[in-house]
Design a protein around this ligand. Structure first.
Ligand SMILES: Cc1cc2nc3c(=O)[nH]c(=O)nc-3n(C[C@H](O)[C@H](O)[C@H](O)COP(=O)(O)OP(=O)(O)OC[C@H]3O[C@@H](n4cnc5c(N)ncnc54)[C@H](O)[C@@H]3O)c2cc1C
Length: 466
């Protein structure tokens, strides 16, 4: 092992010799654009950003970083709130140019390169009336979302994203390349399903796909209620959701109505409590399944309608454009207590900026029938993945939205199950990572020791080797 006693420019020049994809270093005109990630509050200066052309480039970057003891960051879609996709002084493996997909409709699978967004995958599978469970925003990266777990519209119907991962191609810390699945490197495969980017660089993912709705068309959309009704809405939702069929999912939140079509102008900027529903079962049952939703309360707006799954998946893309300032905090909740409901209403009424919000994503139905130790993702007892996000375009408001998110989170935390979702936390230290994995943490540290004993892959929600 040798240490490169040189400037970032020299690092870039040295690595340039061994990669085929474009490399952007600090002196290149594209550098400032290339080092941006989704969260506009992140401002880091890597030594070199390699837009890898193939697996060979990934191996070259891993070997280079290991030999020269240079930090190594891996960027899939670049969406992580903590901005782990870039790091000061690091070599960045950037998958931006690796976005191909292959659907095998006979096997019912889709293979996706590590630079794909969920929009890429939805586009590919949608043509076959199929989908793989993912998240709620189509610009999110497949890689990071999958490696952390993946909660989304189809979680109750078909499980988390990790429950649908069939295989992953991985470059390990020593530069070797393996395919991990149930029979080949099963421990690694277990750890990849929730353990984040700690175990290797995944170059390609293969997922199981499922039929959704009618030829890929679901019935879904938002139902919004006055904030004054929030307590009643939360209580009804927490009581009714577990009894609903798996093919109906709905996340609840507090938010400000966007000041844009298709929302009626009289609701613009109004603080509301909302549930976004997705019914992904056969069309002939839609009316019956959605009847309890349509019959409840006095909504300000009911936006339920048939639409392609990919349309619901991308409904928030425009609002949540890259470059906004983000600060978010997460926890899992096994119940929504009356005490928590009081806080949801209180903090819902004081949402500090139009995009700041709180969401509770169900982890129930199929996602909760997977045993807690079947994958690294540990929170399977039925309940919700909760996130409180302070968001605004203006850096001057970052402190204000951060304070709101922190206070809200601190109030709710005693009602939580203890840990939060690694994909929706900032960099919050070892205790929070440990809590995120509860009973699975020890096994993760042992697998880490086997696959990455020197913690080369540490720019993430880090699991230190045992
Ligand atoms: C607007 C928005 C909406 C979201 N909605 C959801 C949602 O509905 N459901 C949900 O589950 N999550 C959601 N998330 C969270 C999301 O899962 C995480 O932000 C996730 O980390 C994004 O993955 P990425 O590849 O885009 O991120 P990146 O920042 O590129 O990577 C995230 C982490 O994964 C590692 N990583 C990336 N690529 C690889 C790779 N190829 N091999 C090994 N490690 C890698 C990185 O090093 C980093 O530690 C959302 C995030 C945002 C910003």
């Amino acid at each position: 092992m040798s240490t490169l006693e040189t400037t970032p420019d020299a690092v870039a020049e040295d690595l340039r010799q061994s990669v085929r994809g474009p490399l952007v270093g600090p002196s290149d005109p594209e550098y400032d654009e290339a080092r941006k990630v989704y969260n506009g509050a992140v401002d880091r200066r890597p030594a070199a950003i390699v837009r890898v052309a193939d697996v060979a480039d990934v191996i070259s970057c891993v070997d280079f970083a290991r030999r020269h003891q240079i930090p190594l960051a891996v960027r899939g879609g670049g969406h992580h709130g903590a901005g782990f996709g870039v790091w000061d002084g690091a070599v960045v493996i950037d998958f931006a140019d690796r976005r191909s997909t292959d659907v095998d409709p006979v096997a019912g699978t889709v293979r996706a390169d590590a630079g794909c967004t969920w929009g890429d995958v939805d586009h590919a599978t949608g043509a076959f009336g199929l989908a793989t469970p993912s998240g709620f925003v189509s610009t999110t990266g497949v890689a990071g979302l999958t490696l952390g777990g993946g909660t989304g519209y189809l979680s109750r119907h078909y499980g988390l994203t990790v429950d649908n991962l069939v295989a992953a191609d991985v470059v390990l810390a020593d530069g070797t390349f393996v395919t991990a699945d149930e029979t080949s490197h099963p421990d690694l495969f277990w750890a990849l399903r929730g353990g984040g980017g700690n175990f290797g660089v995944v170059t390609s993912f293969t997922f199981r796909c499922h039929p959704v709705g009618e030829g890929g068309e679901i019935v879904g959309g938002p139902v919004l209620y006055d904030m004054a009704d929030a307590a009643e809405v939360f209580r009804w939702y927490r009581d009714v959701l577990p009894a609903l069929p798996d093919d109906l999912n709905g996340w609840i939140g507090v938010l400000e109505v966007p000041a844009a079509a298709p929302f009626p102008e009289e609701l613009w900027r109004r603080k509301v409590c909302g549930i976004v529903w997705c019914y992904s079962g056969p069309r002939e049952r839609a009316d019956e399944v959605l009847a309890p939703v349509r019959d409840f309360g006095s909504p300000l707006l009911t936006g339920l309608q048939p639409m392609p799954y990919s349309v619901l998946q991308s409904a928030f893309d425009g609002l949540l454009a890259p470059g906004l300032q983000w600060y978010w905090k997460a926890d899992f909740y096994e119940e929504i207590t009356d005490e928590a409901i009081v806080l949801h209403q209180r903090y819902g009424e004081t949402i500090p900026t139009p995009l700041s919000t709180m969401h509770l994503y169900p982890i129930s139905g199929a996602a909760a029938r997977v045993p807690e130790d079947a994958t690294a993702f540990a929170y399977r007892r039925g309940g919700w993945n909760g996130v409180i996000a302070g968001i605004d375009p203006d850096p001057a408001n970052l402190e204000r939205v951060t304070e709101w998110a922190r206070d809200y989170w601190e109030g709710l935390h005693p009602t939580s199950a203890g840990g939060g979702y690694v994909n929706m936390m900032m960099a919050e230290g070892e205790e929070r990572v440990r809590a995120a994995y509860r009973g699975n943490y020890q096994r993760l540290t042992e697998i880490k020791r086997r696959y990455d004993p020197y913690n080369l892959f540490r720019i993430n929600q880090n699991i230190a080797p045992a």
